[in-house]
Design a protein around this ligand. Structure first.
Ligand code: NAD
Length: 345
């Protein structure tokens, strides 16, 4: 267990158990150096407890890096609930989770993530104040996450293809859920052509019909010759096998933890595929929640989300100068921010 915390440099790991609701949850706080930790809560059936531990610690580190490079006064944390067997009382589970969050006295604020829904956060809000993105605050991060990915694609296209418009370009979008579907709409409006894939075939075909896009089977999306691969579904989709298959000059999408391992950033660089680091690209939702809670208006929030493109351009240029992968460059800049060097990115 400690080897994992040392590898990811996570400061705290909290285990919470509530026998009445069946709650078994892990809350990892990576850093509170820049402010209180914020990060979503996943509720999934993990293969084993070690897989849950790996997920929560890597994601918590990603949240610290995300907040640092988005210029937010926040730290990074994450929670995972090991989903109980079928038939559990969902409301009771999330109220128990809220009590676990409350016990940390504001050192960690939770939000939505894979396997959790707005209704679940409404239950969480009954037992803790430390929750963002529920009915009570009316803030939905997904549209702003999609806007941030759009800005990231725009910056990537300028850098890698030397073009100042997405018009006429072809993107392969993996996953058209909350973020992917909104992004697909933005890209279509900008004149791009899309190929879509989703594990939910009906969802993909309905959206494709609306947008005039093409669809392929989920596993075929890696082989689509296109101008950009846009992962908006799962983590670890960029690995030795898939990177060899990609026929795109750039990758930018919303999925968390896209690289299966740190070495995959270098694999992409060696194939001359420009990678927009995931935690920079998908920071729009966090920016919207953080600024929304500090009273900022729509225009200011949109401006800061669109600035993701500027941050990425700096990372791309620095990576090129240093001969590093973009992922290693972003990690390095984030670490510098966390360690108090504020004049970066
Ligand atoms: P979502 O659950 O609404 O959508 C994910 C979609 O991916 C679903 O439609 C699902 O059917 C599809 N999918 C699952 N496995 C697939 C596969 N193998 N191939 C193709 N499609 C597959 O989730 P979301 O909120 O849209 O988030 C998407 C990703 O972005 C996640 O990794 C999430 O952690 C990340 N993210 C989301 C936000 C946000 O604001 N929602 C913010 C930051 C990061």
């Amino acid at each position: 267990m400690f080897a994992n915390l040392e590898r990811t440099n996570v400061a705290e790991l909290h285990l919470h158990r509530d026998p009445h609701s069946g709650l078994r949850a892990l809350i990892a706080i990576h850093s509170t150096q820049l402010g209180p930790a914020v990060g979503g809560c996943r509720c999934l059936r993990y293969d084993d407890e070690d897989a849950a531990l790996q997920d929560v610690t890597r994601l918590a580190r990603g949240m610290s890096y995300k907040a640092a490079l988005a210029g937010l006064p926040l730290g990074g944390g994450k929670a995972v609930i090991l989903e109980p067997p079928d038939g559990y009382d969902r409301g009771a589970l999330y109220r128990a989770f809220g009590r676990a969050v409350e016990s940390l006295n504001g050192r960690y604020t939770t939000a939505v993530d894979a396997g959790t829904r707005l209704e679940d956060l409404d239950q969480v809000a009954r037992t803790t104040r430390h929750v963002w993105g529920y009915s009570g605050d009316g803030l939905d991060p997904s549209p702003l996450t999609a806007l941030g990915v759009f800005a990231a694609l725009d910056a990537s296209v300028r850098q890698r293809l030397g073009r100042d418009s997405l018009r006429g370009l072809h993107f392969a979008v993996q996953g058209v859920g909350h973020v992917g579907s909104r992004l697909a709409l933005l890209l279509t409006r900008a004149g791009a052509r899309l190929t879509l894939a989703d594990a939910d075939a009906k969802r993909a075909s309905e959206l494709a019909a609306r947008l005039g896009a093409r669809i392929v089977a989920p596993d075929a999306i890696y082989d689509v010759p296109c101008d950009g691969f846009v992962p908006c579904a799962l983590g670890a989709v960029l690995n030795r096998a898939t990177i060899a298959r990609l026929r795109a000059p750039l990758v930018a999408g919303s999925a968390n933890n896209q690289l299966a391992g740190d070495e995959d950033g270098e694999r992409l660089r060696r194939r001359d595929i420009l990678y927009a680091p995931d935690y920079v690209t998908n920071a729009g939702g966090l920016i919207a929640l953080a600024l929304g809670h500090s009273g900022a208006g729509r225009t200011r929030i949109r401006q800061q989300v669109l600035a993701i493109g500027t941050t990425l351009t700096r990372i791309f240029r620095e990576a090129e100068r240093a001969g590093w992968s973009t992922s290693a460059t972003a990690d390095d800049l984030a670490e510098q921010r966390l360690n108090g060097h504020r004049n970066v990115a």
